[in-house]
Design a protein around this ligand. Structure first.
Ligand SMILES: O=P(O)(O)OC[C@H]1O[C@H](O[C@H]2O[C@H](CO)[C@@H](O)[C@H](O)[C@H]2O)[C@H](O)[C@@H](O)[C@@H]1O
Length: 411
């Protein structure tokens, strides 16, 4: 990516306005906020536009499958499901061969049989070998290249929990991350606000990008024309790249409206990430999902400059700018002088749909490895997978040990 191209605003032109005019929506930040109690739209909107289906399939993507399988199988057989997703071939557990039939909405297991049959859906799309088992392959490819690490936060460094304010990293994970940052340039790219993710991670030696990459902090030593100067928590001067800055008043306004329209829905929780805002429904009764989706949908009708994306049991409202985690990866690689893929191998680890943009950038640019964190089959642009945050920690620790064994303490 040519960084000069990001000097122009990535705000997309409003199709309804004449060329060279943009509109941020109908926000009224100069007036006190009056939240009209509108008649809610019919939930048919969110049924027909696919929101409800997307909500049902989010986090974990195959809830029914997992539940059905867990009800029926001991842990060894659960391992079987996991490994069959990642590797082709026959699966032997306790000296028995298993038949696994996987379709898009069910897994059935018959035992013992001689053939492992998987549908074409799985064969074509669901082959992501374990990054731990492929470790030698990764470091062979990294030989003589500088490795750079990108990490998502929720579901990657901290396990998914019901309360977003209690998504803490383990002490071991923080130690692994500290080790990684000692040897490799390391950035966290999160959907959360940059301040919040910094508060949760608490390590000064990393780069942080919040709001799905719309708020990137990078060091003063890097020269870039499109930035704002600021200071970090240690009062050190830093640069901020914030391509959606002009949306801050609108996001604040929409955040307040969303809080208001969801406050009677038990379990709903709205977060303000400064450049985007999230409506959580993890703790909302499934019977009320259509209602929560419809209310968010109705609010967004008045904000044509905002769009909705789906995360793990969360509706993410963000500006319609041409910017995502993939663009943030490209920006950071270029800003850090690491964009030559002959010299640099990038590794991006993430669990969410929003991480797919970053996997795509690495895959299409042949820049390195996307690693999907998931314990259930999922379609992805990643190359490899890790099962959960424990495996992420093991993978990070393996990279540190490999570096120390082969290069001593050299950075
Ligand atoms: O890009 P990320 O760092 O993965 O952030 C994405 C969202 O993460 C958080 O929500 C998710 O994790 C919560 C805590 O485990 C969980 O309760 C929630 O259901 C998940 O969606 C965060 O709270 C969101 O604001 C982020 O957008």
């Amino acid at each position: 990516m040519d960084l000069s191209s990001v000097n122009a605003s990535p705000v997309l032109a409003d199709p309804l306005l004449p060329m060279n005019q943009t509109r941020l929506g109908f926000h009224s930040s100069v007036f006190p906020l009056l939240i009209p109690k509108k008649k809610p739209g019919k939930v048919d909107d969110v049924r027909s536009n696919g929101w409800l289906d997307a909500m049902r399939s989010s986090s974990p993507p195959c809830k029914r499958m997992v539940k059905d399988v867990e009800d029926e199988l001991a842990s060894d057989e659960n391992d079987l499901i996991y490994y069959s997703w990642k590797n082709d071939g026959l699966f032997v557990v306790k000296k028995k061969l298993y038949l696994i039939i996987v379709s898009s909405n069910a897994i059935s297991i018959c035992t013992p049989l001689l053939i492992c049959y998987r549908c074409s859906f799985c064969y074509s799309k669901l082959k992501y070998p374990s990054a731990l088992k492929s470790f030698d392959h990764i470091i062979n490819r990294a030989n003589n290249k500088k490795i750079v690490i990108f990490l998502d936060y929720d579901g990657t460094l901290s396990p998914i929990v019901d309360d977003p304010n209690r998504a803490f990293m383990s002490i071991d994970m923080r130690a692994a991350l500290k080790g990684i940052a000692k040897y490799f340039p390391t950035a966290i790219i999160s959907g959360r606000s940059r301040n919040k993710v910094y508060e949760l991670v608490g390590l000064t030696e990393l780069f942080y990008a919040g709001s799905h990459g719309m708020d990137i902090m990078f060091p003063m030593s890097i020269n870039h024309t499109n930035y704002i100067r600021s200071t970090d928590k240690q009062d050190k001067e830093v640069n901020l790249f914030q391509p959606a800055r002009e949306f801050i008043p609108m996001i604040n306004e929409v955040f307040r409206i969303l809080v208001n329209v969801t406050n009677d829905i038990r379990g709903a929780f709205v977060e303000n990430h400064k450049f985007c805002t999230s409506v959580h429904y993890r703790n909302v009764d499934e019977k009320s999902w259509a209602m929560i989706a419809q209310r968010v949908h109705d609010v967004l009708k008045d904000y044509p400059r905002l769009r909705l994306t789906h995360g793990r049991k969360v509706l993410e409202v963000r500006p319609i700018i041409d910017w995502d985690k993939g663009k943030a990866v490209e920006f950071l690689l270029q800003s850090l002088g690491l964009s030559n893929s002959d010299e640099v191998l990038a590794i991006y680890i993430g669990d969410d749909r929003t991480d797919e943009d970053a996997f795509k950038v690495l895959r299409e640019g042949k820049r390195g490895y996307g690693i999907l964190v998931s314990s259930v089959p999922k379609e992805s642009k990643a190359f490899l997978s890790l099962r959960d945050t424990l495996e992420v920690k093991d993978f990070l620790k393996s990279l540190v040990s490999w570096k120390e064994q082969n290069y001593g303490n050299d950075k």
